[in-house]
Design a protein around this ligand. Sequence first.
Ligand code: KG4
Ligand code: ZN
Length: 344
Amino acid sequence: MFVLGIESSCDETAASLVVDGHEVLSSAISSQVKKHAEYGGVIPELAAREHLTNIRQVMDLALNDAGKTLEDLDGIAVTNHPGLLPALLVGTSYANGLGASLGIPVVGVNHLIAHIYASFIERQDILKEGDSTITALLVSGGHTQIIIISRDGTCEIVGSTIDDAAGEAFDKAAKILGLPYPGGPIIDNMAKGANHKAVDFPRPLKGKPEHRFNFSFSGLKTSLLYKVKDKDLSPQEMKDTVASYQEAIVDVLTHKTFDAAKTYHSKHIVVCGGVACNSALRERLQTMAAKKNIEVVLTPPKFCTDNAAMIAALGYHQIKASKEQELIEAVPRAPLISSVPFFG
Ligand code: KG4
Ligand code: ZN
C-alpha cells in the first residue's frame, strides 16, 4: 500500500511516500527555521502562510523522488493533532481535497504517536517480538513524556514535564546566550569536547518520589540565566557552561527513562522526537543500556525531527484499520495518547 504522508503541524512542511508502513521511498522536508529565527520561536500565522506556499512543491518533490505519481497513491495520512492550529489547517485541508479528488482514503495522524512510530520504521522486528512492554521517551520541542506501551496497543503516560519541554530547555538556553533558534543542535555541537562538569546545574525533580517520572526544566533555564548574567565568559567558559547545562538535561532524561523501563518491565526503550538527535543523550543511553539488560532503540536522526515519513508509516496502520471515510479535522483532541494502532 502506497501512502502519502503530509506534515504541517509546526515549522516544517513535509511530504513522504512510504510503502506498507516501513519502506520509505522519499521524505521531502522544507524547513522554515530561518523565517522564524529572528523571532526566537515559531509564529503560527507565519508558519501557516509558508506551508500554503510550499505544500504543493514539497508533495511533488516527494512523488518525484519516489518515482511515483498521484495515481499510484492508495491513501493519504496527514497530521491533524497536536500542533499549531493555523498550520495544521493547511495540511488537513490539502489532504482532504486531494483525497476527495483522487477518491482515496485520508486519515488524521497523531503527531506524537507518529514520533514514537518513527522508532519502528527500520525496526519492524520489535513490533512482532515478545510480549514485554516498550518504554518510549518522547522528547521534542513541545513535549517531554515517558510512555509505557503494552502489546495490546494501550499506552500509559507515566511521566511528563510539569513546565518546559526538553527541546524548549535547549531553545530557551540558546536565547539567553544569544545563540540562534533552534538551540538544540547548536548547543549539542558547542558542547562536544567541553567539560560537562565545569558548572554545577540542578537536576530538577530527580530523587523526588512524588515526581518519579516527571520532569521540570524551567528552573534549569533560570539557573543558567543567573550563572551567565553580567559575566564576560571566554569562549571556552561558554562551551563548558553549555556542556554542563546539556549534561543536566541528559542526566535527568536518562535516569528517569531507565527507572521507568525497569519499573514497567520493558525490554526495549525507544527514544524519539527532535531532542533524540542529541549526541550526548544518545551516547549516555547506549552506555546505560550496555549495563542493563535493556535495548535502547535510537530513532535515526532523519526520523527524529519533524518529517512526513513517520506520518505516512503510521497512517498505513490506520488506513488498514479504518472503515468509514470522514473529512479530517485539524483539532487537538484529548487524551493525546491513549493507544497505538501498530501491533498485530
Ligand atoms: O520533534 P521536533 O522536530 O519538533 C516538535 O515536534 O517539537 O523537535 C524540535 C526540537 C527543538 O526544540 C530543537 O532544539 C530540538 O528538537 N533538537 C535538539 C537537537 N536537534 C533538535 N535538541 C538537542 N540536541 C539536538 N541535536
Ligand atoms: Zn514533532
